[in-house]
Design a protein around this ligand. Structure first.
Ligand code: FAD
Ligand code: NDP
Length: 604
């Protein structure tokens, strides 16, 4: 209907006043995908907009408004976007203005950012957790983005697809193999629950590996599709810097090219470190190899005593593989040591052998085979005694080195830590070269965890391309160690809290307990544990949350919000529990360590 007569004039006047009163106004239709895309763009940019949905108006009113808009702007379609009174156009016009870096300055009434002449706005080196998140977020904000991801094979030749450490050789296969061990635990519990299992079946290593690897391949494919959908260019090429705006890449056929970009993100992660001892690189494997090992590993020795060594020894033992761990000093450095020792004791009771206070000095092949027969020579960490251990597989997990030494960072002015080799950044993840950023495992001082890298990648893209100022908060990050008895924690260990606040200002509430699911099989009595570390002078604010027991990841994630918001002991006491769960133990903690009362528990 044409906006004629006084009605039409009234609509025109109303449209004019809406355009004048609102910095950004979008005339839209609720069902239109292009309108939704533009509304989502402004939302991602953090820009408040006025939206007028023409299809929700009464009767013919919407059609009359559309006629008035044609008369005003010459544009028939929606979305019809106006900024500061100026007609911008439809979906493509608005995206084009944004791609030219003009949209935000226009909205803010600022001078436009100078245009650049590089091929890309943003190149991300490393297609792992952090790099994929940042690249997709930047592309969603209208930027021209490429991701270079290339996997250098391990010394024994293992390689994998797109997605980085987490999906291929980290969190995902680890959790699946941990689950395989939990299924085994459930099967040995089954007779107590009335299941007549004739004998406990054995685990088929080749079948497990095949299923895990097939699942990973489906994820690799999903990541490629997601990059394509987000219009990110995927380059399966290894990158090194030529200068601060140029990289040289090489593909698996050795073909080289140079590409330029206005901004770069280094998200190359890290790779397992090998000890400098004879036989290590030739004869040992790492977490990069174990999840796709084509033959049964036989008897395994894990070297190292942190997340990876303990998790791997835990799931290997849980699926019936004879496993041992060579521990240089303590378990789980940096974690609450009371709980670290409880984890060690529990694993030992469930069949994992520990060589505590030893370091390897040499690995020798005794006999060829798949698996081979290997001899590990070791010496005391603090003494001269020697030890020899015969196994089939040596799995080294003594930490990870950042992939920075092949990036030619010297050509860019990006500084790295002399000690760790990781990239130095400021709180905005910016390196010492202003157009180059670094996130994830490769950045100095950042916890090596997938959700940390993803969070940092998303927020960085929004800061770089959407005017956001929100920084990643690297404090109170929850984490879980997936050992047979899982351990989740947030914040400080008891010993760190005492160091920071003083013993007299710390109160620890704790309880041992038996998870209900372990009661009928009569296992792990009083092995599960909850502990809250509280600061007395701050109304018993919880600065350390520690949970040892089943489903630790789920329990800990749930409490993470409360702890991040500064929950006190009283807040947790006043929360009603869910019965019967293991997590409810936190809501009824009343034994303090200072009281000296035993924390062991009986009954419901
Ligand atoms: P990555 O995911 O490592 O990705 C970096 C990518 O860059 C890789 O694909 C690499 O090949 C590529 N690359 C390197 N150099 C170049 C180059 N020059 N050119 C092109 N490409 C390059 N975290 C958790 O939160 N929970 C867990 O349960 C967990 N379990 C883990 C278990 C194991 C065994 C391991 C090893 C790690 C685990 N982690 C876990 C840690 C988690 O996997 C990492 O923190 C996370 O993957 C880091 O992401 P990122 O983006 O920094 O790097
Ligand atoms: P870490 O750096 O955490 O620990 C290294 C371990 O190896 C320590 O126990 C250390 O002992 C020992 N070690 C170091 N050098 C030697 C040596 N030369 N000989 C013998 N032992 C040695 O490494 P990880 O490889 O376990 O894990 C890397 C990171 O991956 C973790 O920090 C974590 O962030 C991430 N990750 C996360 C997981 C999760 O979220 N569940 C699971 C797995 C990994 P010492 O204490 O004496 O120094």
């Amino acid at each position: 209907m044409a906006p004629t007569g006084t009605g039409g004039e009234a609509i025109k006047a109303k449209i004019d006043s809406l355009i004048n009163e609102n910095t950004v106004i979008v005339f839209s239709k609720t069902f239109c995908p292009f309108c939704n895309k533009i509304k989502a763009l402004f939302k991602d940019l953090g820009v408040e907009i006025k939206v007028v949905e023409l299809d929700t108006m009464e009767g013919d009113e919407g059609a009359a408004w559309q006629e008035a808009l044609i008369a005003k702007s010459g544009q028939r379609t929606v979305p019809n976007v106006f900024i500061r009174g100026q007609h911008i156009g439809g979906c493509d016009d608005t995206l084009k203005v944004h791609t030219q870096n003009k949209l935000l300055p226009m909205i803010k009434g600022e001078a436009e950012a100078p245009a650049h002449s590089y091929e890309y706005d943003f190149i991300v080196i490393g297609g792992g957790s952090g790099g994929l998140a940042a690249s997709k977020a930047a592309a969603k904000l209208g930027k021209k983005v490429a991701v270079c991801d290339f996997v250098q094979p391990t010394p024994v030749g293992t390689s994998w697809g797109l997605g980085g450490t987490c999906v291929n050789v980290g969190c995902i296969p680890k959790k699946l193999m941990h689950q395989a061990a939990l299924v085994g635990q459930s099967m040995s519990d089954a007779p107590s629950y009335g299941w007549n299992l004739p004998t406990l079946p054995s685990n088929d290593w080749a079948g497990l590996v095949e299923n895990v690897q097939n699942y990973i391949k489906s994820l690799n494919w999903g990541y490629r599709v997601a990059l394509k959908d987000a219009t990110v260019t995927y380059l399966n090429e290894y990158a090194r810097f030529v200068d601060k705006n140029t990289i040289e890449t090489v593909n698996k056929k050795g073909k080289k090219r140079t590409i330029t970009s206005d901004k770069f993100l280094i998200a190359v992660g890290g790779r397992p470190r090998y000890p400098n001892i004879p036989g290590a690189t030739e004869l040992a494997i790492t977490s990069d190899d174990i999840f796709s090992l084509p033959y049964h590993p036989g008897k395994v020795l894990c070297i190292g005593a942190s997340y990876i060594a303990l998790e791997c020894a835990g799931f290997l033992s849980g699926i019936g593989i004879e496993s041992s761990v060579m521990v240089r000093s303590i378990f789980l450095r940096g974690f609450d040591q009371q709980i670290a020792d409880m984890i060690g004791d529990h694993m030992e009771e469930h069949g994992v052998k520990f060589y505590r206070g030893w370091v390897p000095t040499e690995i020798i092949k005794l006999e060829e085979g798949t698996p081979p027969r290997l001899l590990v020579k070791a010496k005391e960490t603090n003494g001269d005694e020697t030890l020899e251990v015969e196994v089939n597989t040596v799995l080294i997990a003594i930490g990870r080195d950042p992939c920075t030494n092949t990036l030619n960072l010297e050509s860019t002015g990006v500084n790295t830590s002399a000690k760790s080799g990781k990239v130095l950044t400021n709180e905005s993840d910016q390196t010492t070269t202003p157009n180059i950023y670094a996130i994830g495992d490769v950045a100095e001082g950042r916890p090596e965890l997938t959700p940390v890298a993803i969070h940092a990648g998303n927020l960085l893209a929004k800061r770089l391309f959407a005017g956001s100022t929100t920084l990643t908060d690297y404090n109170k990050i929850p984490t879980t160690v997936f050992t047979p008895l899982e351990y989740g924690c947030i914040g400080m260990s008891e010993e760190d809290a005492i160091k920071k606040y003083g013993e007299e200002d710390i109160e620890v509430y704790h309880t041992n307990f038996q998870a209900l699911e372990a009661a009928l099989p009569k296992r792990d009595e009083n092995k599960a544990y909850c502990k809250l570390v509280c600061v007395k002078s701050e109304k018993e604010r919880v600065v350390g949350f520690h949970y040892l027991g089943p489903n630790a990841g789920e329990v800990t994630q749930g409490f993470a919000v409360a702890i991040k918001l500064g929950a006190t002991k009283n807040d947790i006491d006043s929360t009603i529990g869910i019965h019967p769960t293991t997590a409810e133990n936190f809501t009824t903690l009343n034994i303090t360590k200072s009281s000296g009362v035993s924390a062991t528990k009986t009954g419901c």
